[in-house]
Design a protein around this ligand. Structure first.
Ligand code: PEP
Ligand code: MN
Length: 347
């Protein structure tokens, strides 16, 4: 539940709300809402009658306990665009376009380190790669797990790339947070509130991928779960939705990119790899996403895509990446932006 106070609320009115919540046996976190108005994020749920009682307290403007609309992710809540700054000086949402590349899954030392070096040399700022893989089939490769995290940590150390990797299971979130500069919530988990909350509480930026059958509004509500935990750093990712036509794996919803930018203050990136499922379509859709206003692109690359243990058919060959990023940079330039630069590698 969310309680938004009026402008000019007095300390006594705020205290009345705190006291009322304490009487109802619940706690709340106090945050700053639109036009610097105080607001309360209430843990758990209250009975509708109790919610209705809170609306009558002096100073209370609005009590939200359900409904289809996102709040914390909306531009009315936070008129300035969210910029997420990383130690290497790179920002997501800061105007420059970021490039994220790497294998679908971490498969082994040579595969990951060779890819990381190629990704860094091509000019990307982030290395992606799943250690825990949310595979549709239980018979497919499920990832190397914690051994994969250790390889990502090595790749980070050796190249200076920032790391994006997925958390699947609440039991692994802390281990993922130790290695990840950004924690990915995959499309299969976009609507998994316990995982969203736990990942949010690590304080790491969260890359939130749109569920394959999720509406734009549902994606924004999932972002509200993370923001409600006091973690302001959410990146929305359009990765394609299910369509009727099997010619592409998914339908990359390009219009969702400018729409999300209109509806939310959060940065928006696109994943043309899962969005198309076909290597040959990835370069065009990466450029299209940047032309549509995306703050970055995430693409799967592999040194030998035909040997990849997952998503090889949609992975660019590592040798293709420099050319694709040159074209992405050219499109960024055409829309008044540029590809982000990072400081040289640490090692
Ligand atoms: C991935 O990024 O490799 C992945 C599994 O993506 P999605 O959750 O979008 O299917
Ligand atoms: Mn994949």
């Amino acid at each position: 539940m969310l309680i938004v106070m009026r402008a000019g609320t007095t300390p006594a009115e705020l205290q009345r709300v705190r006291d009322a919540l304490a009487e109802l046996g619940t706690t709340a976190r106090e945050i700053i809402g639109p036009q610097a108005r105080p607001a309360f994020v209430v843990d758990g749920s209250l009975a509708p009658t109790d919610g209705a009682r809170l609306t009558t307290l002096p100073g209370v403007d609005e009590v939200v306990w359900g409904g289809p609309a996102h709040h914390l992710a909306s531009r009315s809540w936070h008129p300035d665009r969210t910029r997420i700054r990383f130690h290497s000086g790179v920002e997501i949402g800061g105007g420059d376009v970021v490039a994220i590349a790497g294998p679908c899954a971490v498969e082994g030392e040579r595969q990951l380190l060779d890819t990381a070096i190629g990704v860094a040399e091509a000019g990307a700022q982030f290395l992606r790669g799943g250690a825990f893989k949310p595979r549709t089939s239980p018979w497919s490769f499920q990832g190397l797990g914690t051994a994969g995290l250790a390889l990502l940590a090595r790749a980070r150390h050796e190249t200076g790339l920032l790391i994006i990797t997925e958390a699947l299971d609440p039991g692994h979130v802390d281990a993922v947070a130790e290695v990840a500069d950004v924690i990915q919530i995959g499309s299969r988990n976009m609507g998994n509130p316990p995982l969203l909350r736990q990942v949010a509480r690590t304080g790491r930026p969260v890359l939130l991928k749109r569920g394959m059958a999720a509406t734009v509004q549902e994606l924004l509500l999932a972002a509200d779960y993370v923001l409600a935990e006091g973690n302001p750093n959410v990146i929305l990712c359009e990765r394609g939705i299910r369509g009727f036509d099997g010619s592409t794996r998914n339908v990359l919803d390009l219009a969702a990119i400018p729409l999300l930018l209109q509806l939310s203050h959060l940065p928006v990136i696109a994943d043309p790899s899962h969005g198309t499922g076909r290597r040959s379509l990835v370069p065009a859709m990466a450029k299209a996403a940047i032309a549509a206003g995306a703050d970055g692109v995430m693409m799967e690359v592999h040194p030998e895509p035909e040997l990849a243990r997952s998503d090889g058919e949609q992975s660019l060959a590592l040798s293709e990446l420099p050319g694709v990023l040159r074209d992405v940079a050219a499109i960024a330039g055409a829309v008044g932006r540029q590809l982000a630069v990072r400081r040289p590698a640490r090692a």
